[in-house]
Design a protein around this ligand. Structure first.
Ligand SMILES: C[S@@+](CC[C@H](N)C(=O)[O-])C[C@H]1O[C@@H](n2cnc3c(N)ncnc32)[C@H](O)[C@@H]1O
Length: 233
């Protein structure tokens, strides 16, 4: 299997120009970076759903090369991005770090949540276009750790999730796609239905509010967002 036929974010980004930020995180359509208006829609949706404001300290989990983090930073007080791709974190640091307000760290989502020394400082958490690459065990460990240790977090946004219920319409006549739906290493990762995401969140202490992006958004026909709030105890 070639690097581009998997969800590889370690070696594949190295094959692209250092400033092809959207290409490096595969925010592309037919191999081309998505237009700026689409990025604007994403930034607006994240700011609106998370209700980002000047008092917020945002944890951007699986932030990739920080290109999206960088566009969200003006809306918050502080941002920490974390990603397990050494190459992408290096791109983020070189291009977008503005310490101490905007910083990037290397690490696995769940491991870094378990070891974060000051978890209570964060008010909001984002995981955009990345949750599908977390195997179930990582997803559960990460969400449960956020609920347990990150006591100041009001919302967790799981953005741009591929919807299992709409996979048949997305793939149409193409052959062999069913086998990849539960594979976190496949190009789109694990497709989870809205019910599956809600149940997974509930098992970890969160209540999910589900939504779909507005019509101009290029991936609205197969993706959705889940805004998590602490479940009533
Ligand atoms: C499609 S990119 C999205 C990057 C960024 N959130 C954005 O929207 O531009 C997916 C990212 O998830 C990261 N990732 C996948 N599994 C991870 C894990 N277990 N811990 C940390 N990062 C992970 C990859 O390295 C990659 O940078």
């Amino acid at each position: 299997m070639t690097a581009s036929a998997t969800s590889d974010y370690h070696e594949y980004p190295k094959t692209l120009p250092p400033d092809d930020f959207w290409g490096q995180v595969r925010r592309t359509v037919n191999g081309q970076p998505v237009p700026a208006e689409q990025i604007d829609l994403i930034v607006q949706a994240v700011c609106d759903l998370l209700e980002l404001g000047a008092e917020d300290d945002l944890l951007d989990v699986a932030c990739g090369n920080g290109a999206l983090t960088n566009l969200l930073a003006p809306a918050c007080r502080n941002v920490v991005g974390v990603d397990h791709s050494e190459y992408l974190v290096d791109v983020a640091r070189r291009n977008f770090e503005d310490a101490p307000r905007v910083t990037f760290t290397l690490g696995d989502a769940a491991d870094s949540a378990e070891h974060e020394p000051l978890p209570e400082r964060f008010t909001k958490v984002l995981c955009y276009g990345s949750f599908s690459f977390f195997p179930d065990a990582t997803a559960r460990r990460w969400l449960a750790t956020l609920a347990r240790r990150f006591s100041g977090v009001q919302y967790v946004l799981l953005g741009n999730l591929p919807d299992r219920d709409r996979a048949p319409a997305f793939y149409g006549d193409r052959a062999g796609w069913q086998a990849s739906l539960e594979d976190p290493d496949a190009p789109i990762g694990i497709w989870r239905s809205a019910d599956e995401v809600s149940a997974l969140a509930a098992a970890c202490g969160w209540h999910a509010h589900l939504s779909v992006m507005p019509p101009p958004y290029y991936a609205r026909h197969y993706r959705f967002d889940a805004l998590l709030e602490r479940a009533a105890s």
